[in-house]
Write a protein that binds this ligand. Sequence first.
Ligand SMILES: [Zn+2]
Length: 244
Amino acid sequence: MDAQVFGRVSIEGIHAVAVTRIGGVSSAPFDSLNLATYVGDDPACVTANLGIAKDLVSAQEVSVMNAEHGKTVHVVSEPGIAPLGDGLVTSQAQLAIAALAADCVPFGLIDPVNRVIAVGHAGWRGVLANLMQSLLDEFSAQGGQPDHTQAVIGPAICGNCYVVPAERVELFQDIRPEAINSSTTLDLTSGVRSVLATQVSKVYEFTGCTFENFDLFSYRRAAGEPTGRGGLVIAMSNSPVLNS
Ligand SMILES: [Zn+2]
């Protein structure tokens, strides 16, 4: 079965795709388009799946996030597993960058004029630490200009499904109240959006709940059993579109 895309946006030769778990080569419980090497899947399958993912965005190589639930951002220009961190920025054409997630929020930044792209991954720790701003800052340092940047937010666990201890919700009260859905639920997507939307020109959202949609990997739904990681992949083609 061909890889099924959950959402796609293409802006002047820059392609952003949120993947589903469908159309890869991994066996259960990583079936089938698992993009993470660190979950126990066969490395050869992950490599093949990453090849599928980079094809979806018409890239030649892919640099994959190695998430640590902090706010470290790396500038990358080489393929492979990136150093530990939750954000990647590149201006390298043909190099896809991938943010992996299974309930956390994968998101990206695209500046089609200055040809800079970025991806981030934010769970509750990342939203609290404002990884979103760290990514915007490094993206700007690399030449991205937020006023003509478009952001993409991939599917994540929704505010109704993400039940957490009340003490965790309280942590957000003063820092990121936009992420609070109720006294025991967090809406991480709203937390991410609240930072991006005030700084970029447009936000695309691939709305969907990883926990509820069985076409997507969900760490929570796996309930302690191993599962795969999907996420958001972005790449620039070689040729910038002129006259735009
Ligand atoms: Zn949900």
